[in-house]
Design a protein around this ligand. Structure first.
Ligand code: FE2
Length: 304
């Protein structure tokens, strides 16, 4: 009950709950009435929701209905000169800090070798030193480590800090597009609707720095065939970066998931530049970050 001196938060929350549930109820009743939903159809809908709960797929359902991205966007509005926020997805896990040189994959990990570089800056371009970055992505088969029964400990994920100039560098592979789990009720719904389950290739980021708002986002690989048709609708403009393969030998361009040749990989120096190896390619991109934290001038480099 309100004291009359200040709004009673309990009352406000209850009023908001009542308002939103009333709106949902009204919308559902409209759908049922407008489309003449039958008893069989309604029982089928209730069975489906029960299965979603049993399979713990409500988050996935929220994702493919593109509600997760909408809620994230409402909670973290885009702004000029900032990198858009994005959903963390279901595969974030605590990850260790990486030793130098930072690498997210083992020596023999299949996949196109990638050196991911960039900067963390404020909105006005000032570098942010000692910012904590948390990166995670899938393997060359489109699976996160938590989806691998044989995985022991974190893989394809890790944390690192920016240097005094706000720069960071991490070695990994170029992640491919992947399908969200489709062996449960949500997958059956997608199939019944004639929808695919693909997400365009991406790397997840979390950035934190003292005095700045945390940022969670993801960066998409330009040219991915599923860009513009992400099953969860997270492929926002301004989060796409290009991988420049112009210096990659022609024979390598068509083997994006090939295991790197060990003899060539050993020649890769700690810091690759476009001129170190003829087959090294470079990708430059700039990301506009959230109001108080920025990851700018990120670069992707693909090592042979
Ligand atoms: Fe992902």
């Amino acid at each position: 009950m309100s004291t009359g001196l200040a709004p009673d938060l309990t009352d406000l929350r209850q009023a908001r709950l009542v308002e939103i549930v009333d709106a949902i109820t009204s919308g559902l009743r409209d759908v049922v009435e407008t489309h003449g939903v039958t008893e069989d159809e309604w029982r089928g809908a209730l069975r489906f929701l029960t299965e979603v709960g049993v399979h713990e797929e409500f988050v996935l359902l929220s994702d493919v209905l593109r509600l997760s991205v909408l809620v994230d966007a409402l909670s973290h509005p885009d702004g000029a000169g900032i990198t858009p926020s994005n959903v963390a997805g279901p595969f974030w896990r605590p990850a260790p800090f990486l030793d130098e040189p930072a690498t997210l994959v083992g020596e023999d990990e299949p996949g196109e070798r990638l050196v991911l570089r960039g900067r963390v800056t404020a909105g006005d371009g000032r570098p942010i030193a000692d910012a904590e970055l948390d990166l995670w992505h899938c393997n060359a088969e489109g699976l996160y480590d938590v989806q691998l029964p044989e995985a022991e400990g974190p893989r394809y994920r890790g944390r690192l800090r920016t240097d005094a100039d706000g720069r960071y560098e991490v070695r990994t592979i170029v992640p491919p597009p992947y399908e969200v789990p489709k062996d449960g009720p949500v997958g059956r719904l997608l199939a019944a609707l004639g929808r695919h389950a693909f997400r365009p290739a991406h790397v997840h980021y979390r950035a934190e720095a003292e005095g700045y708002a945390p940022l969670t986002t993801m960066v998409f690989v330009a040219g991915d065939p599923w860009l513009g048709d992400d099953v969860i609708g997270a492929d926002k403009a301004g989060l796409t970066v290009a991988i420049d393969r112009s210096r990659t030998p022609a024979e390598d361009r068509h083997r994006p998931c090939a295991v790197p040749r060990p003899d060539v990989r050993r020649r890769v120096p700690v810091r690759i530049t476009a001129t170190d190896l003829r087959s090294t390619v470079r990708c430059e991109c700039r990301l506009w970050l959230r109001p108080t934290v920025a990851i700018g001038a990120a670069s992707y480099r693909v090592a042979p």
